[in-house]
Design a protein around this ligand. Structure first.
Ligand code: 5GP
Ligand code: ZN
Length: 123
């Protein structure tokens, strides 16, 4: 899809601060961060929105979700446990779908927010 912003980022036609790349996924910093850490995870394959996901896409969806804790650990926002087992730290994952879901860029992406309680002032 030549006219898609995130396809162009995946194709390195538009620059982005890439934090992870493999055969199927790309992750990069959001250009307008809503939290101290704000990353976007995308499939390299163009999928417009969550409602366009096909049965053959479920594996890549799983990989997107599984990448979030790995990136969180690399960016200092992993969930860890105190000596008594109390969880600390953490992050928020979010997939906006469609206009009523607040989606602006129509290439499936998962937000990863952390470093502060990001739901304050988050759209
Ligand atoms: P949505 O509302 O579609 O879930 O989120 C789209 C996100 O993409 C927004 O948080 C926005 O800041 C980010 N974004 C839009 N254009 C660019 C861009 O050119 N580069 C990067 N890195 N992020 C972008
Ligand atoms: Zn695309």
């Amino acid at each position: 899809m030549t006219d898609c912003l995130f396809c162009k980022i995946a194709a390195k036609q538009i620059p982005a601060t890439v934090v992870h790349e493999d055969d199927e996924l790309l992750a990069f910093k959001d250009i307008n961060p809503a939290a101290p850490v704000h990353l976007l995870i995308i499939p390299k394959k163009h999928i417009g929105t969550l409602s366009d996901v096909q049965p053959e896409d479920t594996a890549v969806l799983g990989r997107m979700l599984a990448l979030a804790p790995k990136l969180a650990a690399e960016h200092g926002i992993a969930v860890t446990y105190d000596a008594d087992g109390t969880p600390t730290g953490g992050y928020k994952t979010l997939v906006n779908a469609g206009p009523d879901g607040g989606q602006v860029v129509y290439h499936l992406h998962m937000h990863v927010y952390g470093g502060a309680r990001p739901w304050k002032g988050m759209h």
